[in-house]
Design a protein around this ligand. Structure first.
Ligand SMILES: Nc1ncnc2c1ncn2[C@@H]1O[C@H](COP(=O)(O)OP(=O)(O)O)[C@@H](O)[C@H]1O
Ligand SMILES: [Mg+2]
Length: 266
């Protein structure tokens, strides 16, 4: 099982879009996937439209007993291959725990022994609070999302530094999986310039191809269906990009072998 966190320290850049695009690509491929929605805004949950939510990520983090996450996952309106651990607004207060308490291992502990999934995608909130730390502590790979703007390089840099801090602090298996450049418009000189900047700084990490801006993405999300099922040329274009990014993640894989602090033996 491969666990991937989708991160950026900024909102609105496309974390949820990338999470859902990868989940749709995984579904099309028959890869059993769990989306863990760790954003209190619950956008991924809304689009996946789960059938019967009895417990949310908030309940799971409150409990945190080994394996409890498995009891909280819900089936989604997307059907086979994609389940969700739903979010809710009340999750927000877990982003700011009382000073001195260390709670970053709760997601990882709740996932212990989880079976039935090939891929777990964790959609993170737009900050490096306790929720994103929980995601980074629980995953093998961190996928950074950015837009080709003035702040892209510094934004990616901050996210990668955060990944490194968590890796050295409490998850030695954690590695960056790459940088997704989202909402790219090839006609824009500014976008081309910013992409060049990103490539100059992180050539090995920028995922190819970039994800173009296409209204099909918003339309499919509005209809609560995978973009892979949206019947327009724009949708087919982005579906192809997500399929390639999924290939990349599965090829990089979990890279077992390094024991982490606090890793539990099964
Ligand atoms: N490549 C894209 N083309 C068109 N719209 C996009 C694209 N990526 C994201 N969006 C839209 O932008 C908004 C913010 O994206 P979202 O994935 O929710 O960002 P985040 O999760 O980082 O806050 C959403 O309405 C989404 O549909
Ligand atoms: Mg989001």
């Amino acid at each position: 099982m491969l666990v991937v966190s989708v991160v950026s320290l900024k909102g609105g850049v496309g974390k949820t879009t990338v999470t859902l695009g990868l989940a749709g690509a995984a579904k099309a491929r028959g890869v059993q996937t769990l989306v863990v929605d760790l954003d209190p805004q619950a956008n991924a949950t809304t689009v996946l439209d789960p059938v019967d939510v009895r417990f949310t990520a908030n309940d799971v983090l409150a409990d945190a007993r080994p394996g409890v996450l498995g009891d909280a996952v819900a089936e989604t309106a997307w059907g086979d291959y994609v389940d969700v651990l739903a979010s809710e607004a009340a999750l927000e207060h877990r982003n700011h725990p009382a000073a001195g308490t260390s709670v970053e291992h709760r997601l990882r502990s709740s996932m212990a022994g989880l079976t039935g999934y090939d891929l777990v995608l964790v959609d993170c909130p737009p900050s490096l609070g306790e929720l994103t730390k929980n995601a980074l502590a629980a995953c093998h790979l961190a996928l950074v999302v950015t837009e080709p703007t003035l702040f892209a390089v510094t934004g990616a840099q901050h996210a990668l530094t955060a990944v490194d801090v968590v890796r050295r602090g409490f998850n030695l298996r954690l590695r960056p999986a790459g940088i997704v450049v989202n909402r790219y418009r090839g006609q824009s000189g500014e976008h081309r310039y910013r992409l060049d900047e990103l490539l100059a700084a992180y050539r090995d990490l920028v995922l190819d191809p970039v994800l173009p801006e296409r209204s099909a993405i918003t339309q499919a999300q509005g209809a609560c269906v995978p973009v892979q099922r949206w019947p327009t040329p724009g949708a087919r274009e982005v579906a192809l990009v997500f399929a390639q990014h999924l290939d990349h993640l599965l090829a990089v894989g979990p890279a077992d072998g390094s024991l982490t602090k606090g890793a539990r033996s099964r």
